[in-house]
Design a protein around this ligand. Sequence first.
Ligand code: PEP
Ligand code: MG
Length: 756
Amino acid sequence: MEQHSHLHFLQDTSEILAALTGSRDLDGFLTRLVKLVARHLDADVCSIYLLEAESQQLVLRATTGLNAEAIGKVRMQVGEGLVGTALKELRPICESCASHHPAFRYFPGTDEERYEAFLAVPILRGIEKVGVLVVQREQSRAFVPEDVAALRVVTAQLAGTVEQARALMLAENGAQELPAAPREPLPPFLRGEPGAPGCAAGQALRYDRRFSLAQDVMPDLPVDGSADGRQLIEKAIERTEAQLRRMQEELGQRLPEAAALIFEAHLMMLHDRGFVDGMFTRVAAGASAAGAVAEVARSYMQRFQRSTHDYLREKAQDVEDLALRLITNLAAAESVDTLPLAGRIVIARDVLPSDMLKLALENVAGVVLTSGGVTSHVAILARSLGVPMIIAHNPRLAEINDDTDLMVDADSGNLYINPSNEVTERYRQREKVRAAAESAAEVKPETLTADGRQIHLLANINLLSELDLALRMQCEGVGLYRSEFPFLIRTTLPDSAEQQAIYLRLLERMAGRPVTIRTLDAGGDKMLSFFDEAGEENPELGLRSVRFTLRHPDIMEQQLKAILEAGAQSSAHLGIMFPMVSSLDEFRRARAMCMQIADRLEAVNDIPWPPPVGMMIELPAVLETLEAFAAEADFFSIGTNDFVQYMLAVDRTNAQVASYYCPHHPAVLRALARAIGIINKAGKPVTVCGEMAHDMRYVPFFIGAGLSRLSVDPHWLPELQSGIARWSTAQCRQYTAALLKQDTIEATAALLRSEN
Ligand code: PEP
Ligand code: MG
């Protein structure tokens, strides 16, 4: 297909996707979709098969060109026929003469025998199988590689919506589904990866499928049918307001940087005349109280959902949240506080940082995510909030029903299903021992190798609530304050005064110690909800980090001003650093902005002023000109999470390529050792602050390469200190030299294993 019409194709697809938003006409959507694809690919037939969750069969759901009577009747197993094979093998199948293919299977009644040219592309959402899109033509016009490419692009674009459509159809047609095929019983445990440490037991709750106004899945609560609707609503508003204020207060204590703003939108809405009167009008016209709340909320949601701005579309979620809370509160007073999330193990495909915050506030016991990676920012936030979390890309998670007893061991990444009393008891004991050990942890203020070389241990801080633990764990200072978290967990830009108050609290708690504040590192997997202008296809390679702040100098200046004004007033030793710097030019621009502001201020206490300005090493590009950087930057911090991602071209949040995310890749190890060597030679301080910094498989390697500063999540500090004490500098050097000699991942992996 030509480039030009290819673009039209994508444009048209976006339009029908947009048209679907808020509509319940799913069959109409799928029919329009197959017609559109057929037209653009000049195909005689286009059909869509969706994978039915219950039976695990592919079912023909829409077609143009085949006999319409076959819709809903043609079914096949994954792996059966060409369509089933495309899904099983997760690859497109393109044949000029389909019936000659060994896997071909003819389905009588479809009238497909005339169409020998065949192309099937699996529809996947992350690792989840959604269905297959198929196009067919008469034999003389076989499909070419450009057609395959175009169809792949379109299926990738469609996957999310088609899957949502499929879920809705299942919800609507549930009763008509075929009886479920007998399935293997679930194993006693599924293995995932630890995302945030801790253990928790509780009953399962699927977060994606909780109550939904859009899908009309409402909480089933006893409401006094004889009571006056208006009064019921008034009472529910009162109770809701009280709950929100309570949560706001609690949030203020646990997360000062959110400054209780999260619920402000809910509270405003609760007092919005249009919203409230809309409900009263409806009950006056005879609607039930719950029906009135739902109806008004839906009309607001639809308005928000039509917006082209992400942050306004997110507001639809706020309205839904609020409406469901109101509906819950229409019921008897006793049930008011039984929010469905408390004590549950939440299973979700993916969650936004603000969702994670809500989950933590509603006291979920643990979280199981079925997508994303352990270095994603949702995982980092879960750790900061103390919510045990595992990430498991296992399709069998879909089979766990709500209310199933689960036990999350987020230290090892195991999820136990219906755990025996023995397992639960074992973990309870372990938690007790851990809590006791943590409170009595014998951490010393200095960390030394076996031969007495000092290694400085600093803390990575995302939320101010972590400072207590960091201090208890004897951190020597803050090596990385991720300043984006206050930005991420709210829906508006924090103003300069709000930011300054946060930085001041941070610096005051760390009085007398070094504190490195990193400027806003937004973009990538840390999208700000109020800045969706980019809408980038490839956000990890897009307008992220310092690129974003340099493009928005007002935001950068406001932040630098807030940091510097806080720094000038405090006695902590402030350092400022820029993330994801790619060139000296960029660093100079950022530093110049910082210096202009710093020069106008004077420090009250005896601290270096203007403060040192450094940068993160996260892009391999920096390495080639590192000597020049080292002559200008005051200090460096190596962000291995991103460094590995960019050196190996592996999206750190993409489960499909998780096995390629390999910190021990020989190229990564050599690059890191080289960077440390160059910076040491220039006499500038260098810290490692990515996840590799707490991993005892790598720590001796870094020490052997000449590193003496590590910055890690505070709970790692005791373990790290005792781990370092077991290695002498000479042993570290040997280990580093041995690793640097290897040329393959296999060889470095073998060494990592054998040395630890
Ligand atoms: C890193 O990339 O290693 C890092 C510390 O930054 P972040 O994880 O916040 O991207
Ligand atoms: Mg980074």
